[in-house]
Ligand binder design. Structure first.
Ligand code: SF4
Length: 692
């Protein structure tokens, strides 16, 4: 496959949580040939449009090549000394909670591990949070409430064994395309039926048997009704229920609602319940439409309640399956990269867990309380409580809710460091210190996909300029802050081995995350491996023995009740704004905008609006419209379509101050969060729309 002297390496796509394997072959002109890896268990050679265009995005013209302070190019020594000194002096004067890291699901696990160790073990604060907070924090909270740990029970193979796949708040066809191809292949092979639960008619509905266009945010009402019907139709698995507690309370709560909040007809709800209850092998896949909600954790538990009540978990072909937005959101969860987690699924609030991690790290301290979650973190930045902030591989000045306010908060921060591959982001422009980081094709490490498969990412290209891997930058700062021994890493392999050894301690506490069996593995040759991997627990299927991770080993059904989105429509803001992704763009387009082919799919920011609403507002096809929310404004191109229902509008979230200054969608979104998970409600803002 490779030409003479050109070595093909096996790596992983850096986009969505499917985690497809790729074969990378450097080209003589400095480019990269990218193919699907036929031997990777996530994709078996398939790639979607974004993955197959990866080779078009590796140019270095946009790259940040040298560290900068105040816009001036400086040496690495000078930049690292400045970062270490400013963080150390801020901590000395104001305490450890006056600093924070805001990191990213784009980080490799080894990068994440070092960042988490530096903040939680040595700086002594839990103020490290990640853009994964915007992605799947509600699922983490839901899993922990139900199972006692953040365990994803399902696997991709379950899709091939299922007779019914229910997509809830997931446009799988666009956001996880290769997984959707696996669903369609299963449909062809065994007639698997597909139900889509989504307020909007998306591309995923094209191949579906049923589309339930429920009211935004009403998923709890639908799944509570399902739980009540499961009981009423005698479909409860009484034997399995012995492995759980909380059924009666959850059922009582479910019975208190009748499903009318969904806005669906009784016939639609009955048809859904009949399909779900009548199909033993049901996989419920859920994503951002569930998570990005002020009731996201309750939505997750409403879904888990139904699987637990029917015993449809821990068996082939059935179970709940959360799909994450980012390539390594799972790895970030595993290393404890969220402000309310420790490491290796150990708990910050557990004194024994803290003591074990502290001893393992030989750390001076481990905080006993959660740090600031993303929205709270930027509030603290705006209020001056956070005085030194390090932002790594993410663009919160665009992607956080109430983005204008976040941009202003970063602008006013005493000291902001940004590590990224480019200086051309809204956030990078606000940095006091800019650190050039290696990009995905230049880095070695591991990532974990949505079904717990750990894959190697391998460097195929040299890093341009003086760009360095993130683990190395973080370790350099840790050493300069006085912790030489703890951060004396020479390679990502060394970090991975330490991490795997720490997971063995988690395993000894009876936690789910244990990859201690990989400590002695040849890191360079590591094959895609689904965790757990330990002497205690081998194989990929959790809960097949009916044992969960609460102290009594029983799962919890959690009583939940429907509540509407926080923002209320009113004459001034009569429309409900849904946000999401397009097929061919990724996040804030830092990479995907470099491919002309990808940019051609949907070339400019737009607003989907129903024909009746467009008519009432005097809006014609392709008119420019102004969208106003209580938080901000945007100007978009109208796309008139009945894919959205009357009273609802949809806009993609990709465009930035760099690519379309008037179309920063998260400037419209309120910074309202789920009280359990801290995840923002990104899909239910209220807006007005007027023709320009
Ligand atoms: Fe990459 Fe996701 Fe597409 Fe796979 S499905 S190629 S991981 S973007």
């Amino acid at each position: 496959m490779a030409g003479a002297g050109r070595k093909t390496v096996r790596s992983t796509c850096p986009y969505c949580g499917v985690g497809c394997g790729v074969l990378l072959t450097p080209q003589p002109d400095g480019g990269l040939d990218v193919r699907g890896d036929p031997d990777h268990p996530a994709n078996f050679g398939r790639l979607c449009s974004k993955g197959s265009a990866l080779g078009e995005t590796v140019g270095t013209g946009h790259r940040l090549l040298t560290p900068r302070i105040g816009g001036r190019e400086v040496s690495w020594e000078s930049a690292l000394d400045t970062v270490a000194e400013r963080f150390a002096s801020t901590i000395a004067e104001h305490g450890p909670d006056s600093v924070a890291f805001y990191v990213s699901g784009q980080l490799l696990t080894e990068d994440y591990y070092v960042a988490n160790k530096l903040m939680k073990g040595f700086i002594g604060s839990a103020n490290i949070d990640t853009n994964s907070r915007l992605c799947m924090a509600s699922t983490v909270a839901g899993h922990k409430r139900a199972f006692g740990t953040d365990t994803v029970p399902g696997t991709y193979e379950d899709i091939e064994d299922a007779d019914l796949v229910v997509l809830v708040g997931s446009n799988l066809a666009w956001c996880h395309p290769v997984l959707y191809q696996r669903v369609l292949a299963a449909r062809k092979a065994r007639g698997t039926r597909i139900i889509v639960v989504d307020p909007r008619r998306t591309a995923s509905c094209d191949g579906a048997d049923m589309h339930l266009a429920l009211e935004p945010g009403s998923d709890v009402a639908l799944f509570n009704r399902l739980l009540a019907e499961i009981d009423a139709r005698g479909a409860v698995d009484a034997d399995f229920l012995g492995n759980t507690t909380g059924f009666d309370a959850a059922l009582e709560q479910a019975r208190a609602e009748d499903g009318t909040a969904t806005g669906l007809s009784e016939a639609q709800i009955a048809a859904f319940c009949t399909e779900w209850i009548g199909t033993e092998k049901t996989v419920t896949i859920f994503s951002q439409g569930v998570n990005q909600s002020s009731s996201g954790s309750d939505k997750v538990n409403a879904i888990l309640n139904c699987h637990l009540a029917t015993g449809r978990i821990g068996k082939p072909g059935c179970g709940p399956l959360s799909v994450t937005g980012q390539p390594n959101a799972m790895g970030g969860r595993e290393v404890g990269g969220l402000a309310n987690m420790l490491a290796c699924h150990l708990d910050l609030e557990n004194a024994d867990h803290r003591a074990a991690v502290r001893e393992f790290w030989a750390a001076p301290t481990v905080p006993d309380a959660p740090g600031l979650k993303a929205v709270d973190m930027f509030d603290a930045v705006g209020e001056g409580r956070i005085k030194a902030l390090w932002i790594i591989h993410t663009n919160p000045a665009v992607s956080m809710p109430d983005a204008d306010r976040v941009r202003d908060a970063i602008t006013g921060c005493d000291f902001t460091v940004v590590s990224d591959i480019t200086a051309e982001t809204d956030t990078a422009r606000l940095a006091d210190v800019l650190l050039p980081a290696s990009a995905w094709a230049e880095k070695d490490g591991t990532v974990t996909n949505s079904d717990r498969t750990i894959s190697r990412q391998r460097a195929a290209l040299p890093a341009p300029g003086s760009a360095r891997p993130d683990w190395e930058i973080l370790a350099e700062v840790g050493r300069r802050m006085g912790w030489q021994g703890a951060f004396d890493y020479q390679s990502p392999a060394e970090i991975f081995r330490e991490y795997a050894a720490l997971s063995g301690i988690a395993g000894s506490f009876g936690r789910d995350f244990d990859i201690s069996g990989l400590v002695g593995e040849d890191y360079d040759a590591l094959q895609p491996t689904r965790w757990p991997v330990s002497a205690r627990r081998e194989g990929g299927r959790f809960f097949s023995d009916g044992r969960f991770f609460h102290a009594d080993q029983k799962a919890r059904l959690v009583p939940v009740s429907w509540r509407p989105p926080v923002a209320k429509t009113a004459p001034r803001y009569p429309f409900r704004l849904n946000t999401g992704r397009t097929r061919d763009q990724w996040h804030t387009m830092t990479r995907t905008a470099l491919s002309a082919r990808l940019s051609a799919h949907l070339a400019e920011p737009f607003l989907e609006i129903h024909p009746a609403d467009a008519f009432a507002k005097g809006i014609g096809s392709a008119d420019l419209v102004r969208v106003d929310s209580p938080q901000g404004s945007a100007i978009l191109r109208a796309r008139i379509t009945d894919a959205v229902r009357p009273g609802q509008v949809f806009a993609p979230m990709h465009w930035t101050g760099e690519t379309a200054p008037s179309a920063r969608i998260d400037a419209l979104v309120a910074a309202v969060t789920d009280p359990v998970s801290g995840q923002p409600e990104s899909k239910a803002s209220v807006v007005n729309v007027t023709r320009l």
